[in-house]
Write a protein that binds this ligand. Sequence first.
Ligand code: ASP
Length: 430
Amino acid sequence: MKQAESINSPEKQPEDKQGLWWQKIPLTGQILIALIFAIIVGIALGAGNPSPTNAALINNLAVPSELILRALKALATPLILVAVLHTFLTTNIPGTAGRKLAALLLTNTTVAILIGLLVANIVRPGTWGRLIAPEGAQAVTQANLDPWGLVKDAVPESILKPLVDNNVIQLIVIALSLGIVLRAIKSEMIAQDKTDYKPIEQIIGILFECVIRVLNWVICLVPLAVFGIVAKTIAKEGFAPFQSLFAFILAVLLALFLQACYYLTRVKLQSWVKPIDFLKGGTDAFLTAFSTSSSGATMPVTFEVLQQKIGLRESSAALGALVGANFNNDGTALYEAMSALFISQVLGLHLNLGQQFIVVLTSIFASVGAANIPNAGLVTMTLVFTSVGLPTQYIAVLVTVDWFLDRCRTAINVMGDMTVSTLLDGKKPQ
Ligand code: ASP
């Protein structure tokens, strides 16, 4: 929690007080400024008719985004590992409620991904315009559905290999196993009045903070990446490629809206709370999520509105808000699946049902592993792309719209946590 807050309020950190002037502008402002400069530079460099003398310069504009992508890929696996371990060590999940919670999380996330895939298959945003091919994006090696292969692939050959190979499913298997065992050891020690578990808990807490801080440095460079990739795209191809990105934004917003309708229907049918009270009571949490892009930073607000404004029992509010904020990221899952489909459409590839099933599976794992901080979904997306053989270089293109879509999916992540709490509260008010 603390970590997530520190990500969102870098100005609170002492080293940032003497930061450079542009660091005082919020990230969204920096990205908007970068976009304006990118349009000017892109037009100046030819807007679709570049002069051959500028070819090298134009190509080099994409270098920052390539480097940022590399760094995000490198951070993905440690982030998932420590985030999952940290959650298991620091949150308390009682037995029966825990099973109900797991079932709710799984159904909601699966529905989110199915909605995402459905909308992406119907709207087909990737066919609305042509995207520029990023440097180094190679032909895909398409993976086919092989259920036995999936099971076999879930069991890692060694502990460190999934970290090196960026294999999300194996990594989550390792993280969950270690997390469950560490949690059990901690509980046994607490029962025996021992505190030997504390150093490992502290080490994992510090490692989590470290990964997040490094991620924060990388995120600081995102405006530069946006500038480079947008300027290069406009210089080479003019404005046409943005049509499909615009269609992608609309498609994601539509899918997130449908997911919100699904939540409200479940709230109406399976709890004592009226959907309108749920929406009114939750406004503070939705707005905080939208403005911070972090369900972790929103967690205290979510917890408070669930109890004070919606009137849930403390235990249900705590389970949904505290555990959900860590593990339940439906908006992120929906977004990752849609992004994979979008890029496959851009490339003119048809992901068959089997391959879309792999997308569903890896998106579930990737969303569980996505920490509750800004842009985390972008980090774990590299793993979803790798699983179906899509070139991760295309994620650089998505960076240009992620600052906005991150806010929207975070609001849905929070709404998902609140829905889980409300459903756990049952049909009778307290
Ligand atoms: N920003 C999201 C959250 O905090 C995670 C993501 O990037 O999808 O919930």
